[in-house]
Design a protein around this ligand. Structure first.
Ligand code: GCV
Length: 714
């Protein structure tokens, strides 16, 4: 009896300490398929009584399995797979499986889809139709998004096709597992155990990407090693390509310019040398034998110490075209990065990419696309759009965004990037008159390009939550959604993400979205307000260091970017300074020539202004600067309050992570503010505006901070 009681007590104790069945660690991303309440589960079930399809292949299997997985999670029932449509079925069909479909598929291309509530054989069904199986997979994910986020499931009439052709992640993953600018642990590519072991994470990676329409991934760092082009590494890349293929995702590789010399002892890497061209052609043939649908090459050349064609007095176009010829017979492409600036060029760093590339317009082969960062410096919390957008009408340009937050708080700051992406895409280049947005440059409509693309530097690593924090997942999600359709709103995307990641309950979605939407501006406020840029610590780029002035190259020093002195602050990029504004179309250049017509959020990017310059608010520049820092810190304190109020609506594990990270963010926002004010005040020599607190420490204390092991630093 006593023994039985003892066993009973142990059992009770085990139940009470066992983790809750619903404990979440973020691994499932936005594909959680959490149980719906009874009414909603009933509604979902009524619209998915069965999954009807007559096709058979790996992509269709991925689509039907995803639907079954989602429905099981949300409704606790798994609909049967049938060949004939039943009342209430989800019917997946292409013209190949069903000759006559009650929906037109023109304009949907080979990745788009239609979802329509319709009749088939006298039965009410939800038809997901597409020209291809990958289109069906995208349609299935769209339907699951509706089901997860509480949207209506009847009277559907949706048509969706991607506006941009290449929607890629760029992994800055090294072969040793380190991720450059990665804040979510080591690389997810287990190069060592590939190609034999293909862990389940690769499939989950493909599912997540396909769910937001990403269709390509560059596996290795743009600071590439030649080794990634050796036979063993091609086999490893091929193994990943096999996993991703059913999900409509192609693999690409970054290449090192001097690979022919390093791997096979060629004497030169001159792009006009026939032996070099032959080497690349043979290498491309070898890759395509292993990966028949290989996407192509990404190249960082003559940039930050990487070798390139300019080492042989050749142009970027000479280099790109030689590689393009190698992949052309296989349908491959070359993405040539325009992120270039040279140590021996004394001109404004912000001007150098334009100066190098503008004159090459029209000289690139038709399977080359030039990859341009969103701004002319380097993924700052805010940058004006890159002047190359709109300036090379005869060349397809693709966008490069950074999803990983090298300069925006790295893994712990909640700084939703949707508004940053949106701001750049919506920017008006005026290149062909008013309304020539950056989005139209990259979706090809402005200048009639068919080869179009957008890349995001991935924030993915082996952390259980993939991205270093739950909220960083939203940046990956937003990138994919905007890549599919750059006209979507960052706010709408945040709503979808919050509903799927947490709960569709408006009591959570509303405050979470509000908090996310202002979070990037808050980071701008506490880090680089009013157009300041690149004042982060050297190398690791973590935390403030606007005082650094002793590094070998001028543009490595934060003082180069803010130019604060006794007279004022800011980089004069008007005629009296570097005249970088002349790289923009005349109406934009005219607006930027005068501080009064320059958007205040970009003021100090373009102008060096006296500390007592009057801002639109009427306050002096100095007071305004301090108020921006204050506002940034206050916003983070508000996010902490908002999050605390959401405690009852979020599972403990994910709640605790965000709670802890917001605490870090608040401490670091204050550090940013205090260090920046301490430094700039030592130059401006003005009192703080009334109500603004003095920094917690003196300037020397901030200067003494040291971070030898900050992550992501190559
Ligand atoms: C991959 C910045 C980053 C580098 C990165 C480079 C690039 O300078 O700090 O880590 O290198 O951009 O985009 O090539």
């Amino acid at each position: 009896m006593i023994a039985r009681l003892f066993c009973y007590l142990i059992a009770v104790a085990m139940i009470s300490v066992a983790p809750a069945a619903s404990a979440e660690d973020g691994y499932d991303l936005w594909l959680r398929y959490a149980p719906a309440n009874d009414a909603r589960a009933g509604e979902i079930t009524r619209h998915a009584t069965a999954i009807a399809t007559t096709g058979h292949n790996a992509t269709l299997t991925a689509a039907t399995q995803e639907l079954q997985r989602g429905l099981l999670g949300m409704t606790h029932t798994t609909p049967a797979l049938t060949r004939a449509v039943a009342q209430g079925a989800l019917w997946l069909a292409t013209p190949a499986t069903d000759a006559t479909l009650p929906v037109a598929l023109d304009g949907l291309g080979d990745e788009g889809y239609a979802i329509r509530s319709t009749q088939a054989d006298g039965k009410a069904v939800t038809l997901i139709a597409a020209n291809s199986d990958v289109g069906l997979l995208h349609g299935a994910f769209h339907w699951l998004r509706l089901a997860q986020s509480g949207a209506p499931l009847d009277r559907l009439d949706i048509r969706s096709a991607p506006k941009i052709k290449l929607r890629l992640l760029n992994h800055w993953d090294n072969l040793d597992g380190m991720v450059e600018r990665g804040y979510a642990g080591q690389s997810i590519w287990d190069w060592w155990r590939l190609p034999d072991y293909k862990g389940p994470r690769y499939t989950d990676y493909a599912r997540a990407n396909a769910s937001i329409g990403i269709n390509g991934t560059v596996l290795n760092n743009v600071n590439a090693k030649a080794t990634s082009l050796t036979a063993p590494y091609i086999a490893k890349a091929a193994a990943l390509a096999d996993v991703f293929r059913p999900y409509g995702i192609k693999v690409y590789l970054s290449v090192k310019w001097t690979a022919p010399m390093e791997l096979d002892g060629l004497k030169t890497a001159d792009p006009l040398d026939p032996q070099v061209a032959a080497w690349w052609k043979a290498k491309a043939d070898e890759i395509y034998r292993a990966i028949p649908d290989f996407g192509g090459f990404l190249v960082k050349a003559n940039s930050e110490g990487q070798p390139g064609p300019q080492d042989y007095d050749r142009t970027h176009a000479d280099g790109a075209n030689m590689l393009a010829a190698a992949v052309k017979p296989h349908g491959g492409i070359v993405m040539w990065r325009a992120f270039v600036y040279a140590h021996d060029n004394p001109d404004d760093r912000a001007k150098q990419a334009y100066d190098d590339f503008k004159s090459l317009d029209g000289t690139f082969a038709d399977n080359v696309i030039v990859q341009v960062k969103n701004g002319a410096i380097d993924f700052q919390p805010r940058e004006p759009f890159h002047p190359l957008f709109g300036a090379m009408p005869k060349t397809p340009l693709m966008m490069e965004f950074q999803i990983t937050k090298e300069y925006l708080g790295q893994s712990t700051h909640l700084t939703y990037l949707g508004p940053l992406f949106e701001e750049t895409l919506d920017a008006d280049t005026y290149a062909r008159g008013k309304g020539s947005t950056v989005a139209e440059v990259i979706d090809g409509t402005l200048d009639g390009h068919k080869l179009t693309g957008i890349a995001g530097v991935a924030n993915i690593g082996v952390d259980r939550d993939w991205s270093g924090s739950i909220f960083n997942q939203a940046d990956w999600y937003a990138f994919g959604r905007l890549a599919w359709n750059p006209d979507l709103s960052a706010e709408g995307i945040a709503r979808e993400w919050a509903a799927m990641t947490f709960t569709p309950d408006p009591k959570l979605v509303k405050p979470v979205v509000a908090m996310m939407m202002g979070s990037r501006e808050a980071a701008v406020d506490y880090m680089t307000p009013l157009g300041l840029a690149h004042v982060m610590g050297t190398g690791h780029h973590y935390g403030p260091a606007p005082w650094i002035s002793d590094l070998a190259r001028p543009e490595w020093n934060p003082v180069y970017y803010h130019k604060a002195d006794a007279t004022g602050i800011g980089f004069d990029r008007t005629k009296s300074g570097s005249n970088a504004i002349a790289q923009y179309a005349p109406p934009v250049a005219k607006m930027l020539a005068d501080p009064k017509t320059t958007p205040e959020k970009e003021l100090l990017w373009f102008h060096h202004l006296p500390w007592d310059y009057r801002l639109k608010s009427g306050e002096t520049l100095w007071d305004g600067l301090v108020h921006h820092y204050d506002r940034g810190v206050a916003y983070v304190a508000d996010m902490q309050k908002t999050w605390e109020n959401l405690r009852p609506l979020v599972d403990p594990e994910r709640f605790a992570q965000t709670e802890a990270f917001l605490k870090i963010q608040h401490r670091e926002a204050k550090w940013w503010r205090d260090a920046s004010i301490a430094y700039f005040q030592s130059i401006a020599k003005r009192p703080l505006p009334t109500g603004s607190d003095a920094p917690a420490h003196d300037l020397d204390w901030y200067k003494a901070q040291d971070f030898p092991y900050a992550p992501g630093n190559p």
